[in-house]
Ligand binder design. Structure first.
Ligand code: OGA
Ligand code: MN
Length: 300
């Protein structure tokens, strides 16, 4: 039987000298305290990198970063990632202002389906950083799912088959021209849909090797993975449906309850995320950056 379960050591914390890490679930995710990102020494920075590799998503609590400080923190990890379809802030093109006002009656939120950020790019972002300024009094949590565990729990034969497959990714479902009326609801975000960028197909290995941890992880998601190379759509659809359901099984997930000042940082290479749309009537305001990743690859 296919068993989907984390073990006690799956998300165990290390002892650190400069930060404190408290896991929020058995599967993945840890809250980080005892650090001020505005004055972060190299040793503390390395510990943050280690925590990210261990926990896949980290939530650094009680920060108060200006847009410039968020940019500076982001750039310590590498170059900014590209943000197709969404317009950045004036004078800060790499920062997205993710917000929804209390009087917006939209039934949708930005990114409201399980996904890995911009997986349709040739070099999808390694990390996304989201800094909460204002959050609803309740609701607006974000869920995450662990792609390593999803891969590791499969049978050896299934792993072997999946490692031979190339997945097709495209922005079409999320940002195709047909989505314009949906985004018209997001009054405070400027989203441009359609065009060649939305229909372009990008190939990535369906299982990828994480460049830091060297572990293998599933790399598919229900929004941007649109097919499997060489297969008819009718053949690929049930395989992808199984993998999406499998990877987002509750046992592989954690749920982050935001607090103002939290800086969430997740690794798009090995986890999916899902913002919950349940805060109509409340304001939620975040600043967001990404760090460019490498081209996904699978090491045999
Ligand atoms: C994102 C995203 C999650 C959230 O910024 O990429 O999916 O909780 N947002 O707003
Ligand atoms: Mn996202």
């Amino acid at each position: 039987m296919l068993i989907r379960a984390a073990t006690a050591k799956t998300n165990a914390p290390r002892r650190y000298d400069h930060i404190k890490a408290a896991p929020i679930a058995g599967t993945m995710g840890a809250e980080i305290t005892g650090v001020d990102l505005r004055k972060l020494g190299d040793a503390a920075f390395s510990e943050i990198e280690q925590a990210l590799a261990d926990h896949l998503a980290i939530f650094i609590l009680d920060q108060d970063l200006s847009v410039e400080e968020l940019e500076a923190f982001t750039q310590r990890f590498g170059a900014f990632g590209a943000d197709p379809f969404i317009e950045g802030m004036k004078d800060h093109p790499h920062v997205l202002h993710v917000r929804k006002e209390a009087n917006e009656m939209a039934p949708v939120v930005f990114g409201g389906l399980w996904h890995s950020d911009w997986s349709f790019l040739e070099k999808p972002p390694a990390y996304t950083i989201l800094h909460a300024k204002e959050i609803p009094p309740y609701g607006g949590d974000t869920l995450y799912a662990n792609g390593y565990l999803a891969y590791e729990s499969l049978s050896d034969e299934m792993k072997r088959v999946l490692c031979s497959l190339t997945a097709l990714h495209s922005a079409e479902r999320g940002y195709g021209a047909q989505m314009q009326n949906i985004y018209a609801f997001l009054e405070n975000m400027s989203v441009k849909t359609g065009g060649d960028a939305s229909t372009r197909v990008q190939e990535h290995p369906l299982v990828r090797t994480h460049p830091v941890t060297k572990r293998k992880t599933l790399y598919v998601n229900p929004v941007y993975t649109v097919g499997i190379k060489g297969m008819h759509p009718e053949e690929a659809a049930p395989i992808l449906a199984f993998l999406n359901d499998h990877m987002t099984h509750e046992n592989f997930t954690c749920r982050f309850r935001w607090s103002p000042g939290a800086v969430a940082m997740w690794d798009n290479r090995c986890c999916l995320h899902l913002p919950i749309s349940d805060y109509l009537g409340f304001r939620r305001e975040m600043y967001r950056t990404t760090v460019e990743g490498e081209r996904p690859y699978l090491e045999s």
